[in-house]
Structure formats: structure tokens, C-alpha cells
Design a protein around this ligand. Structure first.
Ligand SMILES: [Zn+2]
Length: 472
């Protein structure tokens, strides 16, 4: 009976395939696959809303991709957990198979490697590029080329690059250049011995044009965890994923076309830190990278496909809170000048120099606008908590630390960062339900050759299967 059912389903699928005029589907020569890590519906809406409210209009302004003709929502759940992680979600988005948490490009019990669409693209003659704003061995990019039982095996993941023969990798760097203990062969040497040229300077980037070699491109300036600096912290010295996408087009363009995966990896990081303004700038930065693909699409509209989606939502972002009820002040996030991560790093020096409480308030006012504007004040209760946080962190006051911990239930390891973060979010009229991922469905936007195929995608695994069908 089971076999008969399988036969019947097969027959129905054949009949359906026959009806859908597959010949009429324009097969793309150029495929862009953008993944906003942690970019759920609220992250996109928030960014659109900030843009609108900042220009005094109520509504949503379009990001580069929000008006793509095919739009949908996809499920992200993993094989063994309702709330997924980047490794399992990345594997689903790259191979079309659900897998277990932390697994990169393998089945759930790690007995079989799974084949990413990037390999199908390579086999079809296309050039392949893998781009990310975080380290190139991080979970999402890794899912497109590596096969390892655990995402933490960054060195082993990176080593797989040389076996891919993929043409272009670009990101923050390697997480462990010489392995976790620093005693293994330098990844730079391993790559150089196998036709990979690593470029990590601005001059090298500008001069890069030799397509007879495979290229790995890293930023000369990195932030924690071998990643590109947050857009909010950028001063122009580091590369952006838009730069990487532009360079990718230059290096990969050829008669047979290319497949390019581009990850906005730090939307997720900002959301883990519940850092709203930093998240908004990351989504804008991601949108700028998509715009580079759209500019290319405008030259070759019949041959280019652009897919934009996310691996999961991070932070449980809610565009409303109990302080402001129906009021929204998300546009005030514009006054924030640095990420909370950079603020945390500043505080390490501040503590070493035993800065005063009033100096701390000046830093907070200068960088986050708190206390500077009538609508952006710190209330009495928050002043008390901030003072406790200051005493706990800067003065190592144990009594203040325990009082602080009883007032504030969760957050980053630095009590001052946690306090400032909570005050900002209250004033903006938003809230976060978590410092981790959530199980929310995430958006999908598709434009270009074959976009209609994606209309019925309701699960992350559907996307690579559609791409595979377009590569045949
Ligand atoms: Zn992720």
C-alpha cells in the first residue's frame, strides 16, 4: 500500500509538472540568494517604519527588496527543535533538508553529507560565490559549502573550502586561523597551496581582477569574532557586503552565469544583544547589498533571479510596548551613534580608568541621546538602576551587584550595557521577548527569472529545491 501511495503521489507530481509549463519558466543565468540572519518580519517592518517616521510620514518605506513581486512567509523549524539555529536553518536553506541543531550540511544523525545548491550550481557550469559579514566559517556560509557535525568546528569547516573549487569567498575572516589551540597549519597556507588567493587589504581589493584564480576576500578592519564592523560603527575603512557583492559580480560574471549567496550575518548579532538601532542599520546595510544585485538585474532582467529571505527571527522583537502603548518613537533610534557592543568595549577602558558616574552619564547622552531630549529621558527608577550598574561594574561593589541582579533579570554580561539597552527600548516603544532566536515564520521576497516558481514556498526547505529545478 505504501508503495502504491508513493506511485500515486509520483504520478500526481508528474501530471502537475506537465501542467505547469516548465518550458515557459525562464531559467536564470545569474542567481543571487540573500539571507538576512535573524531578519524576521518585525526587523524588516521596523526598518521600513524608522525610514518613514524619520521623514515625518506614517507608514512603511520600501527597502530595496520589499516590493519584489513574489512574496511569502516560510517556516524555519529544525529536525529536532521548534526554535531553530543558524546551522540547521542554513542547511535547510542550502540543501532542502531539515537537520538537527548545530549540524552543517549533514543529515540529522550525521551519517550522510547533504549537497548544497551551490554544488549543483557549480556542476551546471556556473561560478560560485559565498559572501558574509561574519567569519567565512560561520554557520550560514558554512552550510553552503561544508559538511561537519557541529558548527563550532570552524577550522575543519574552513579547510573544506579548498575542496569546493568555488570561485569566490568574502567575509570577515577565519574564526581560528590555526585551529582552536593555535597549533594547526595556518589556513592561509592551506588556501594558498590550492589555487586560492587571499586578499585582506583595500589596495588588494581594488586591484583584484585575476579570474584564473579562486579568491578569498577579507576585510582589513574587523570587529569581534572575525566579522565586518556593524554598519553603525563603520567609518569607511572596512568593506561592506555591498562591496563584496559588487566585487563578486566583477569576478564571477561569465558566459555560464553565477550563483552567489550573500549573508547579512550581524542582523542576528544585533538582535541577540537587543540592540535596536544597530539592527536597523544592519538591515539597511543588507538592503544596500541587495540593491547591488537589483542594479545588475536591471541590466539583465530576463536572466537574473534574486531571492531574499532569512534563516530565523532573533530576539522576539515587538513593535510596541507597555510604556508607550499606541505611541511609537522608533525613529529616535537615529540618535544612537555606536553599537552596544562598541559601548561595552568603551566601558572596559572606562572601568580601567575608574571613570566617574557623571562622566558615564555624559558618554550615554553623547552616544545614545539619553537625557539629551525631552522624550528621551532617564526616569528616577532607571537612574537608581544605572547607578547600581555603575557601582557594580566600575567600582566592583558586590552589594550593588546583588541589588542590580534582583532588579534586572536578564541581559548582557555588562550591567551598564543592559541598563542602557533596556532604557532605550522602553523609550522607543518597542520590546524584545528574548536574547535568543524565536520560532516565528520569516519573509521571502523573489524577483526575476523564475520568480513565480517560489509562490508556493511555505518552508525553508522549499527554496533550494526550487533553485535546483532551475539549475537542471
Ligand atoms: Zn541565524
Amino acid at each position: 500500500m505504501k508503495q502504491f501511495n508513493a506511485f500515486l503521489i509520483g504520478l500526481i507530481l508528474v501530471v502537475f509538472a506537465g501542467c505547469s509549463n516548465t518550458e515557459e519558466v525562464n531559467k536564470p543565468k545569474y542567481i543571487f540568494y540573500f539571507i538576512g540572519d535573524g531578519m524576521g518580519p518585525a526587523q524588516v517592518t521596523a526598518t521600513q517604519g524608522v525610514m518613514a517616521l524619520s521623514s515625518d510620514s506614517i507608514g512603511l518605506l520600501d527597502l530595496s527588496f520589499t516590493n519584489f513581486p513574489t512574496r511569502g512567509m516560510i517556516n524555519t523549524t529544525s529536525d529536532n527543535r521548534f526554535i531553530t539555529g543558524s546551522a540547521a536553518a542554513g542547511t535547510a536553506l542550502s540543501t532542502g533538508f531539515k537537520t538537527s541543531i548545530n549540524t552543517i550540511g549533514m543529515n540529522a544523525d550525521h551519517t550522510q553529507p547533504l549537497k548544497s545548491v551551490s554544488y549543483y550550481a557549480k556542476e551546471s557550469g556556473k561560478k560560485v560565490g559565498i559572501i558574509t559579514s561574519v567569519s567565512i566559517d560561520h554557520a550560514t556560509p558554512a552550510a553552503f559549502y561544508a559538511h561537519q557535525p557541529h558548527r563550532s568546528m570552524a577550522y575543519e569547516i574552513a579547510k573544506e573550502i579548498v575542496d569546493t573549487d568555488f570561485d569566490y569567498f568574502a567575509g570577515g575572516g577565519f574564526h581560528y586561523r590555526k585551529g582552536k589551540s593555535g597549533d594547526l597549519e595556518d589556513l592561509y597556507t592551506i588556501m594558498n597551496n590550492k589555487n586560492y588567493v587571499i586578499t585582506d587589504t583595500r589596495e588588494g581589493f581594488d586591484a583584484l581582477s585575476d579570474t584564473s584564480k579562486n579568491h578569498i576576500l577579507f576585510s582589513p578592519v574587523m570587529q569581534g569574532g572575525a566579522s565586518l564592523p556593524y554598519a553603525i560603527d563603520q567609518n569607511g575603512s572596512a568593506f561592506t557586503i555591498a562591496d563584496y557583492t559588487r566585487k563578486g559580480i566583477e569576478l564571477l560574471n561569465n558566459d555560464k552565469g553565477f550563483f552567489m549567496m550573500v549573508e547579512g550575518g550581524k542582523i542576528d548579532w544585533a538582535c541577540h544583544g537587543n540592540d535596536f538601532a544597530t539592527m536597523v542599520d544592519e538591515v539597511k546595510d543588507f538592503s544596500n547589498a541587495v540593491q547591488v544585485a537589483i542594479d545588475f538585474y536591471n541590466k539583465y532582467p530576463k536572466e537574473t533571479l534574486i531571492i531574499v529571505t532569512a534563516d530565523h527571527e532573533t530576539g522576539g522583537l515587538s513593535l510596541g510596548n507597555n510604556e508607550l502603548h499606541y505611541d511609537t518613537r522608533i525613529q529616535y533610534c537615529d540618535v544612537q551613534k555606536i553599537s552596544l557592543e562598541t559601548f561595552g568595549n568603551m566601558l572596559i577602558d572606562f572601568k580601567a580608568n575608574k571613570g566617574s558616574y557623571s562622566e558615564l552619564k555624559t558618554i550615554i547622552s553623547d552616544n545614545f541621546g539619553l537625557g539629551a531630549d525631552a522624550k528621551f529621558q532617564i526616569n528616577e527608577r532607571e537612574q537608581k538602576i544605572l547607578e547600581l550598574a555603575y557601582k557594580a561594574y566600575v567600582l566592583d561593589d558586590k552589594d550593588a551587584a546583588s541589588k542590580f541582579n534582583s532588579e534586572v533579570l536578564y541581559g548582557s554580561s555588562n550591567p551598564i550595557v543592559t541598563t542602557v539597552c533596556n532604557i532605550i527600548n522602553s523609550r522607543l516603544g518597542i520590546s524584545w521577548g528574548s536574547n535568543s532566536h524565536t520560532a516565528l515564520i520569516v519573509p521571502l521576497y523573489v524577483q526575476g527569472a523564475g520568480h513565480l516558481l517560489f509562490e508556493d514556498c511555505t518552508d525553508n526547505t522549499h527554496i533550494p529545491n526550487k533553485i535546483k529545478s532551475l539549475l537542471k
